[in-house]
Design a protein. Structure first.
Length: 328
């Protein structure tokens, strides 16, 4: 009788093959930076491995529309701001928010103090304001609607400068105010030589018009597949573990982000500062979408004027099914 002898290495290979990790692709909203540290940390620290997941993280950029990548099958999950997600859903793309790592908004307008702006209600009229587009303009447009200001220019409205992803319009005084994030562009302005005393900032949170940022979205059809639901729950659980680790270890998280930056454009100083600010926005979130925050976002997008960002209350735009499964 012949005996079959299997080496330990071969046995390990067979076991691995029998229990291959599930593939999942995440599309980021923007380039590799500490804004997305939680996902890179989860991958680096093995949190996805612990959940039997093989996660591919795809950076975004100025020529990448995350929701279209998702729609085209290039990703299973994407990071997106809720205004853009709800606008896309109303146009027919069935995006669903499955988790909300960011509890607070980091968006603000940063103005030159010499412009004379101290109160949005009275001082924006007649001014030029820099605004990001590609979906990031929606919170701004809603805010202007709320203030009753036209975005077509003139003495009673504001002139919108389509802002690139830099701070040049403020430095070159092409605009009285520009769009900035607390964790990124504001620091770039300071690095350029201006001081906080030279600036006036208006946080969307403080103005009562903040909308949810950097949520996790998938397509509705994925939620009808029990295997995908299980995979998404494991992904969210590991991702939130990554976010909490990043909050508690900002310097290490920044180093992990830098290790994943294939462009070589980032610096450890900038990423560490960014991570420290991002931690303020993810603090207090376990990934579960707060219904009050969602409703505030919807009301802001519906607010004001004849051209709101969305025309009606969305239905089915979010679910707790994934976070409930992930956390329980």
């Amino acid at each position: 009788m012949r005996h079959l002898v299997i080496s330990a290495a071969a046995l390990a290979s067979m076991v691995t093959a029998a229990h291959a990790a599930d593939d999942l692709t995440l599309q980021l909203k923007w380039v590799t930076q500490a804004q997305f540290a939680g996902y890179y940390v989860a991958k680096d620290k093995g949190f996805y491995d612990e959940e039997d997941l093989n996660v591919t993280i795809k950076p975004g950029g100025p020529d990448i529309a995350p929701t279209q990548v998702l729609a085209g099958g290039g990703a299973d999950v994407t990071v997106e701001w809720m205004p853009a997600a709800l606008a896309a859903r109303e146009k027919g793309l069935p995006l669903v928010n499955i988790a909300q790592p960011y509890k607070s908004s980091g968006m603000m307008l940063t103005c030159l103090k010499e412009s004379g702006i101290s109160d949005p209600q009275t001082d924006f009229a007649g001014k030029t304001l820099g605004v990001w587009f590609a979906g990031n303009e929606y919170p701004f447009l809603s805010w202007m609607n709320t203030l009753g200001l036209s975005t077509e220019g003139g003495e009673d409205g504001v002139t919108v400068l389509k802002q690139g992803f830099n701070v040049d319009p403020l430095l070159q005084k092409q605009a009285a105010c520009i769009s900035t994030m607390t964790y990124n562009e504001y620091g770039q302005i300071l690095d350029a030589g201006l001081t906080p005393d030279d600036l006036v900032t208006f946080k969307y949170e403080d103005q009562g018009v903040a909308t949810l940022e950097d949520g996790l979205y998938t397509l509705e059809q994925n939620l009808d597949d029990p295997e995908m639901v299980d995979k998404l729950a494991r992904f969210v659980r590991a991702s939130m573990k990554g976010w909490k680790y990043a909050e508690e270890h900002p310097e290490e998280a920044a180093e992990i982000v830098l290790d994943n930056d294939e462009t070589g454009a980032q610096t450890i100083e900038h990423q560490t500062r960014m991570m420290s600010e991002v931690a303020k926005l993810t603090a207090g979130s376990d990934g579960t979408l707060d219904e009050a925050d969602y409703q505030r976002t919807v009301e802001t997008l519906l607010a004001g004027g004849s051209d709101p960002v969305i025309s009606k209350e969305p239905e089915g735009a979010w679910t707790h099914a994934i976070t409930d499964k992930a956390l329980n």
